[in-house]
Write a protein that binds this ligand. Structure first.
Ligand SMILES: [Zn+2]
Length: 187
């Protein structure tokens, strides 16, 4: 590999691991705010994910295998064998409800975000994602490919693609051609 993330952390997430993953076939790319604003309090994404039961009782509980910070730092929150709760109702090729077969990566949108500011950020040119985030997604996918022999590179998809009409992330400014160029570089 010709590039490495600035840092890689392993964080054993406190939230839902929904069970054991079947052999991972692909990866769903998601995004969320780097910091989430709720009732004027700011929570880093990782803390937000850890504290959902307390912060949004009754709300859907989300988890992801990895987070990518704006500088390209990766936080691995669950192993490639864990099933996370990230895709919900979703479909890709012959697979339905992708949580059981797909890994997940959350690309963090720099700054403090409410839901509406996040939506605006992902839809406004030139878009919120950094080159290092595209590199880090490609790097992480190649790492997972080594760990998961059944993972195929044509099973990489946006959450908006696998849950059309229901989910907007990561939006039009996640640069798939750029990320795929890095994928080829890191192979
Ligand atoms: Zn998503």
């Amino acid at each position: 590999m010709t590039w490495n993330p600035p840092a890689i952390f392993v964080h054993d997430a406190r939230w839902v691991k929904a069970g054991q993953l079947q052999p991972a076939r692909g990866v769903v790319v998601h995004s969320m705010g780097e910091h989430i604003v709720l009732n004027q309090v700011i929570y880093p994404a990782q803390e937000w994910l850890d504290r959902q039961y307390e912060l949004v009782p009754g709300g859907a509980k989300v988890s992801a295998h990895a987070l990518v910070k704006p500088d390209g730092t990766i936080v691995r929150c669950a192993s490639h064998l864990d099933k996370c709760n990230h895709a919900g109702l979703s479909v890709w090729k012959k697979w339905l409800y992708l949580n059981k077969n797909f890994l997940s990566i959350e690309v963090l949108v720099e700054g403090n975000h409410t839901w509406s500011s996040y939506l605006k950020a992902i839809k406004t040119a030139p878009g919120p994602y950094t080159e290092n985030q595209h590199r880090a997604v490609a790097w992480m996918v190649q790492m997972w490919k080594r760990e998961c022999p059944e993972l195929e590179l044509d099973n990489l998809a946006a959450h908006s693609t696998v849950s059309p009409g229901r989910k907007p992330d990561p939006g039009p400014y996640f640069d798939w051609p750029q990320m795929r160029a890095f994928l080829a570089e890191y192979d």
